[in-house]
Every structure is written in C-alpha cells, then in structure tokens.
Design a protein around this ligand. Structure first.
Ligand code: C2O
Ligand code: CU
Length: 488
C-alpha cells in the first residue's frame, strides 16, 4: 500500500493507492440486482411522447452505517431507463433540482445540437429545460449523463446517469431475449471509492493518469449484486458508466458469450468471445446461455487487449473484479435464440469523402489545444462524409467520443478493425500509438450557433480540457458565434 498526497477540490489529503485491486472471490453477492424502472411517459395531443425527469440530490445506503450522499434522476441514485421507438417524437421536461447548474446529455443520440444537452445547454438550479426531437436511428443501447464543462466527472460520480434504450421493428422481429428485467437486463457498471464516513471519494490520486478509480463495483447502483435467471438465454446491456475505469468483461468459468450489439446498434452477425473490453461511455449487448441450477459470475479481468502493462491501480489495468452473480433456476424456459444475422453492417460510403481530419490526443489536449467554450474548432458540411484519423500518442489510455453521429471504424493501425469494433460505434478506446480511422456521415441538423462535442470520455480528462467543438453547416452557412449561449 502506497500513500500518495492528493491535492483536489476537497483540499489536501492522503489517498491510498494500492498496487492492484483483486476482488475475485471476495464479494459475497448478498444484494439482489436492482432493475432501473422504465421511465413513465405520456403522449400529448400532437402524438409526442413526453418524459418528466427531475435531477436531484439524495442519500443512498450502500454500506452499513451512514448513508452516502448521492444524486440521481427521479430518485436518489441513477435514473430510470428511458425507452423510445424509432420514428417517435420525444420531448422532455428536465427539471434541475440538484441545487447547482448541470446539464443532461443524450449520449449516442442523433439529435439537433441545441437539444444535445452538452456544455452549452446548461440548466440553472430550479429551472426546467425542454428538449425535443424525432428518434431517427436504429435500435440501440444509449445513455444519458450530465455534461457541464468542468463538472461532468463530479456530477456523474454522484450518480446522475441512466440508460436510454431505442427500439425498432427490425430488432423486435429477431427473437432476441427482450423482456426487460427478465431476460433483457440493463447492467450499468461503475467503480466507486468510499471514504471512512461512507461518502463517495472521487478524488484523483496524485500520480493517477486516468482519473478516479474505485475499488468496489456497483451494478445498477447495487454493491455485490446477484440476479436470478429463469431463461436459458439472457441479454445483458452492458454500460461502462464509470469515470475512468476500463473493464475487460468475462465469466468466472470463461464461458463463451455472443456479442450482438455495440454503441450504435446490432452487429451484422454475433461474435462469439470470452472477453469484452469496454472503456468509459461504451456499451455492448451480449447474450449469455445458462444451464439449469448453475451459479456463475460476470467479472472484469483487467484492462484488456493492448493495455497489458498498465498494472498499477492508478492506471486501472490489471485490477480484477467480481461484478455480478447469476443464479439459474432448476428449470429454464427456452424460447429465444441468437440469430445468425442481426443487423446491417456499417456501410459508410468512403468513395466520396469530403474531408479527412486528424486528431492527436496527449495529456489533456487534442491537437495541442484544450477545450474553449468560445472556440468552434471546425465546421463540417451537412450531408457530407468525413474520415477522422485519431491517435493517442500519450503512453496511457484515452478514448474518443463524437456527438451527433455513429461512426464506422475503418481500420486500426492499418489493419482490419477487431470484431468488437466492426459494428456502429460512437466511443472507441484508443490503445496508445495505434491510429484509428473513423468514417462518419453528418446528416441533418445544420446549426451554425450550436456546436457538438468530440472528446475523451475519461471524465477527468474531458473536464480538464480534452474536448473540442464542431458545428454542422448547411449550404452557404458560416460558423456563428457560440458566445451568445449562457455557460458558466
Ligand atoms: Cu457521454 Cu460528450 O458524452
Ligand atoms: Cu483521456
């Protein structure tokens, strides 16, 4: 155990940095997994589905003794699962009852920039923000979280986030497990540190490159959870909602499972694997088969492929965790299957690329610059296709997330994208010194005044400036001024 002096928002203190955390076999799995409720909604006279969301502070009991001060949406920690169907018009009242300015961003959603909930769409305490849009993308597992520049890490760590599931007819016709809470489970994974008074300690160790890394794992807000299984196949919607931790998921007995979907929707075909790496912000839908009467666990086996050697806890690499226990009933119903053909493979047409751009991530900068709320870094043309070449030259991990679009990973370090990166993505882990080429098409929503973000999704990196802004312009439009937006 090494003591490291930390200088953080909470002042100066000692933060103990262990050389490696290994909770495998140490977790008692005594709490039943909570399933976030599906958000209630109403359909107004114009046919729009309206959701009421209230961001608020609260208290949550994770350990014996004092409750933990937390924050959530419509509750004390995390938020409801929002569900909407492709083609639907959706609208939200987002009330900020947190007592301080925040925002709510729809990660992975193709949405007008002014509705995006990024750093320019702040909601003052006591105010209500009312975004609306038409769902214009295929079924996928998305999520929502705060995006107030400089405060995203803190607000997300307290618990303001939730899942946003999009449905469509093609996916519903597939006979994948899809009974929410029964054989289709949200699995929101967050690592947390607790201080001696049971409060969240999101401070970053002095030598910690990645950000706040916790030594206990919450799934859907529950420490040491188990869930009962009543069907042979179960679909897990994995969301890495952690601030900095990179997971390498697998099962205790190394069983194979099928990856069926990634950030932006279903893969073309299932991919059978024993391990799945997810960096912060990434999602994956997997289908796992269980045998009657058995018990097994979902684990994380460290940082995963390309991150070997990131062994110290401050870099999040070699740590191993027990995550979630499955207890299969003695009789399992068996009605669903993993179809051999799932969705449409990403097919960005790169014959007609309007612009190629390159992005180098290092320290807390992208191309040598930190985020400036008043600087739009570039403009893309509505309807155009671009290829972005992204490289992390830093020696420790970053990832890369783009708002507004889903992208196709064309290649990695000049070779074919590995199978888990062959579906639609909006966030990709940047293993140091590999160039990732991303193809994306910017359709709809030109707005010279409202920028979209691109950034590292390790939240301390993002807050410290590893983020930039672009606008989508229609024919003849010029970049406007973002200065008119109110931001802190
Ligand atoms: Cu998950 Cu810019 O966001
Ligand atoms: Cu980063």
């Amino acid at each position: 155990v090494v003591a490291v002096l930390v200088v953080g928002a909470g002042g100066v203190g000692l933060h103990y940095v262990r050389a490696g955390v290994d909770t495998v076999g140490e977790v008692d799995f005594s709490e039943r997994l909570a399933i976030p409720p599906v958000a209630g909604s109403r359909v107004d006279a114009a046919g729009t589905r309206v959701f009421d969301l209230d961001i608020r502070a609260g208290e949550t009991r994770f350990h014996d003794g004092p409750a933990t001060r937390t924050a959530g949406v419509n509750g004390a920690f995390l938020g409801p699962t929002i569900r909407a169907h492709r083609g639907e018009n959706v609208a939200f009242t987002v009330h900020n009852g947190l007592g301080e300015t925040t925002s709510l961003h729809w990660h992975g959603m193709h949405v007008p920039a002014a509705m995006d909930g990024g750093p320019h769409q702040t909601v003052a305490p006591g105010e209500t923000w009312t975004p609306k849009w038409t769902v214009a993308q295929p079924a996928a597992t998305l999520w929502y979280h705060p995006h107030l520049h400089g405060k995203t890490a803190e607000h997300a760590y307290r618990g303001v986030s939730g899942m946003f599931i999009l449905d469509d007819d093609d996916t519903a016709a597939l006979n994948l497990p899809d009974t929410y809470g029964v054989d289709d489970l949200p699995v929101i994974v967050q690592d947390r540190d607790f201080d001696d008074g049971n409060q969240f300690d999101g401070s970053v160790p002095f030598l910690g490159n990645l950000g706040a890394l916790g030594d206990e794992i919450l799934v859907n807000g529950v420490l040491g959870p188990y869930t009962e299984v009543s069907t042979r196949l179960v679909r897990l919607r994995l969301l890495n909602a952690s601030n900095a931790r990179i997971y390498d998921f697998g099962f205790a007995d190394d069983r194979r499972f099928s990856l069926v979907g990634t950030d932006g929707g279903l893969l073309a075909a299932p991919w059978r694997t024993t391990r799945l790496q997810l960096s912060p912000g990434e999602r994956a839908e997997i289908v796992v088969a269980f045998r009657p009467g058995e018990t097994t666990e979902l684990r994380s086996y460290g940082g995963g492929e390309g991150l070997e050697g990131f062994g110290a806890r401050i870099n999040g690499g070699a740590d191993r965790f027990d995550v979630l226990q499955f207890r299969a009933a003695d009789r399992l119903t068996d009605t669903t299957e993993v179809p051999a053909v799932l969705g449409a493979a990403p097919d960005v047409d790169t014959d007609d690329v309007a612009r190629a751009r390159s992005f180098e991530l290092a320290g807390r900068e992208i191309n040598g610059a930190r985020m400036d709320m008043d600087r739009v870094d570039f403009a893309v043309r509505e309807g155009s296709t671009e290829v972005w070449e992204v490289v992390n030259t830093n020696g420790y991990p970053h990832n890369f997330h783009v708002h507004d679009v889903r992208f196709q990973v064309l290649d990695v370090a000049g070779g074919a994208a590995p199978p888990p990166l062959r579906g639609w993505k909006d966030t990709v882990l940047l293993v140091p010194d590999r160039t990732y080429r991303l193809a994306m098409r910017f359709s709809d929503y030109s707005d010279p005044d409202s920028p979209y973000m691109y950034h590292c999704h390790l939240l301390t990196h993002e807050d410290e400036g590893m983020m930039g802004q672009f606008v989508v312009l229609g024919d003849g439009e010029e970049i406007g001024s973002v200065a008119g937006h109110d931001h802190p």
